[in-house]
Design a protein around this ligand. Structure first.
Ligand code: ACO
Length: 329
């Protein structure tokens, strides 16, 4: 009997209306459109400008679009997993808030915090519930409001990030389509190179530190850049070897959108044509857990049933990996 696989059967996405351009940032910090474009490939990013809008609101919009496109009743959802590093609150999780906002009253949910690899880790986790036969309809959301953890006086990080959310529906495939294999990695010794130091149990909020920069995202850009290229290229290579895949049979690479130069380096390392590497960083920036589903959202119309996709991501932790998936529609 063939193994039951978990196929992506619908995609949704949402980015807030507010736009922060490179020209806007050049008025806030010592930078320029030329520097940002040439060093990162980013031209603009979407940012929540109103108060009171949080990750669950972006996630709920992405899921609502998915449900509408699929004609699915929210009561049919079994489980929703949300990948985020900018949850609405420390407690409760954001997944159950999204379920409440969309009317998914029969489902359960939980969050995964794996920074920019969050969606990849969540998709692989979600697939286990389908493959085991425990659930039939699982939604994975990647949602981040990076504008709430970015220091807009630090030119080395504020240019990189944007807000957004993407969602996929996983359902069982009897044709062997969907997620085939994943290579997932972690190395906690990288925690000092990319982090938000304060706000957890190590450095809790108190009267003395309320205006500390430690509540914002920090990264050693150069070290992270190198680790990201090595990690993602290595994970893809391992995955291709294990599944006897040649680059000619891969339809699309779906890479985390952290920096266009990182994406180019992966393409060059694999000697893979850039027109088959999904790229939308120029308009969203790095939306952390939302980059991979937002790529699917933008490229959905170009995908065909049976297309072989390789996802890859790298983020804080360090966390990284790659997944091989056959497109189902
Ligand atoms: N505008 C103008 N100059 C700048 C800016 C800016 N916005 N930012 C930095 N510079 C300057 C620096 O101060 C430095 O000047 P100096 O030489 O006088 O000291 C110079 O430009 C070069 O700085 P670098 O840090 O070497 O620039 P680099 O080419 O490495 O680009 C960047 C920086 C874009 C951050 C890059 O290193 C990068 O993309 N890193 C990886 C990001 C990533 O993948 N993160 C992982 C995911 S994020 C997550 O998990 C949440």
């Amino acid at each position: 009997m063939s193994r039951k696989t978990a196929a992506i059967t619908a995609v949704g996405g949402y980015v807030p209306e507010g736009i922060l351009t490179n020209e806007d940032l050049a008025k806030m910090v010592d930078t320029s459109d030329e520097w940002i474009t040439s060093r990162t490939g980013i031209k603009e990013r979407h940012i929540i400008k109103e108060k009171g809008i949080a990750a669950s609101d972006l996630g709920a919009e992405a899921v609502k679009e998915l449900l509408h496109k699929k004609g699915l009743d929210p009561m049919e959802i079994d489980l929703l997993i949300c990948a985020t590093i900018s949850p609405d609150m420390r407690v409760p999780d954001t997944a159950n808030t999204i379920l409440d906002k969309i009317g998914g009253k029969k489902a359960w949910g939980f969050d995964i915090n794996a920074a920019c690899s969050g969606f990849l880790f969540a998709m692989t986790t979600a697939a286990q519930f389908i493959e085991s036969g425990m659930h039939k309809k699982v939604i994975v959301v990647g949602a981040d409001v990076m504008s709430t953890v970015v220091d807009y006086t630090d030119r080395t990080t504020c240019i990189l990030f944007g807000d957004g959310a993407g969602a996929i529906l996983l359902e069982p495939s009897e044709e062997g389509l969907g997620l085939q294999d994943s290579v997932l990695k972690g190395d906690g010794s990288g925690r000092n190179l990319l982090n938000i130091k304060a706000g957890g149990s190590l450095i809790p909020y108190n009267r003395e530190n309320y205006d500390s920069k430690d509540f914002f995202i920090y990264q050693d850009g150069k070290s992270v850049f190198k680790a990201a290229v090595t990690g993602m290229s290595g994970a893809i290579t391992e995955l291709m070897q294990r599944n006897h895949l040649t680059k000619d049979e891969i339809s699309w690479i779906v890479p985390h959108q952290a920096n266009k130069r990182i994406i180019n380096s992966i393409g060059e390392f694999l000697d893979f044509p850039m027109e088959r590497v999904m790229t939308n960083i120029y308009k969203y920036g790095n939306t952390t857990a939302a980059t991979l589903p937002l790529c699917l959202w933008d490229y959905e119309k170009q995908l065909k049933k049976g297309d072989k996709l390789l996802f890859t991501a790298f983020g804080g932790g360090f966390t990284w990996g790659a997944s091989y998936l056959k497109w189902a529609y």
